[in-house]
Design a protein around this ligand. Structure first.
Ligand SMILES: NC(=O)c1ccc[n+]([C@@H]2O[C@H](COP(=O)([O-])OP(=O)(O)OC[C@H]3O[C@@H](n4cnc5c(N)ncnc54)[C@H](O)[C@@H]3O)[C@@H](O)[C@H]2O)c1
Length: 262
């Protein structure tokens, strides 16, 4: 029996081998979607997909480089051939370079942009195209695209130039496509999610262990005084991906303990 908040839907989650992507893929699958776990990391990606299947849900791993156009073409062709359509795309894959402006090389800047901006642009472009081509005749194309930005897509801190530039691009790219889809009378919704610092493999590599402890002097004094857990963000993605958010497009959903207010 296929029950859940995204029951029967087909979803791609990029960067799903780790952290927020893995949590999102698992949650969408638990809520009834068939999930394509896409990632550049074969070992971890295959493990995430296997775990979902062992739990009795639907998933498969597809090796995928989010910054590469041919890789997107292959992924979308695969989904079209096997599932005939796509309902949900979560453009989650992302990397961070934490360096001062002086230390950030043009190569660093382009490396971050390649995954964080090119990846979201390409994914959005090819997903909208598939949603339009496979729409039920006589009905408007439908679907939900959720792009992973960051609280650093709207606010900022030192040593984040390349990352902030990329996440700011994700924020406004999402709104631009949301407006364009609306102008074409598509029922394709495009939203961005803006996590604060959330404990994932990627974030642990950037922050020392002591900074994660409650009461740590590094813990910022934002309203809820806690860092995120991957499921906090996955829950936000699930909402935007589901039909519960049928009237929500072009929005920015912050999951940051209120950090962005101060
Ligand atoms: N964790 C946080 O504090 C935080 C806060 C705000 C935003 N984000 C954003 O959330 C997303 C996920 O972050 P995370 O903390 O889970 O990171 P993570 O490093 O734990 O996981 C990122 C995943 O992306 C994959 N990936 C990297 N380059 C790729 C590529 N070219 N193609 C396909 N996959 C690729 C990695 O293999 C990895 O599995 C990123 O976009 C990140 O910028 C994270």
């Amino acid at each position: 029996m296929n029950v859940g908040r995204v029951a029967g839907k087909v979803a791609i989650v990029t960067g799903a081998a780790s952290g927020l992507g893995a949590a999102t893929a698992s949650m969408l699958a638990r809520e009834g979607a068939t999930v394509i776990v896409a990632d550049i990391n074969k070992t971890n990606g295959a493990r995430v997909a296997a775990r979902i299947v062992e739990a009795g849900h639907r998933a498969e791993f597809v090796e995928h480089d989010a910054g590469d156009e041919v890789s997107w073409q292959k992924l979308i062709q695969h989904v079209e051939k096997k599932y005939l359509h796509l309902d949900i795309l979560v453009n989650n894959a992302g990397i961070m370079v934490a360096k001062s402006l002086a230390d950030t090389s043009l190569e660093d800047f382009r490396r971050v942009s390649r995954v964080n901006v090119d990846g979201v642009f390409l994914g959005t472009k090819y997903a909208v195209d598939l949603m339009v081509r496979t729409a039920v005749p006589g009905t408007a194309p439908r679907g939900s695209i959720v792009n992973m930005s960051s609280f650093l897509g709207s606010y900022t801190m030192p040593n984040t130039t390349a990352y902030c530039a990329s996440k700011g691009a994700v924020r406004i790219l999402s709104k631009s496509v949301a407006v364009e889809c609306g102008a074409k009378r598509y029922q394709i919704r495009v939203n961005s999610v803006h996590p604060g610092i959330t404990r994932t493999e990627g974030a642990e590599a950037l922050m020392p262990e002591e900074s994660w402890q409650p009461g740590s002097s590094l813990m910022p004094s934002f309203p809820l005084r806690d860092y995120g857990r991957p499921d906090d963000v996955a829950n936000a993605v699930l909402y935007l991906a589901s039909d519960e958010a049928r009237l929500v497009t072009g929005t920015e959903l912050f999951v940051d303990g209120g950090w962005s207010m101060i």
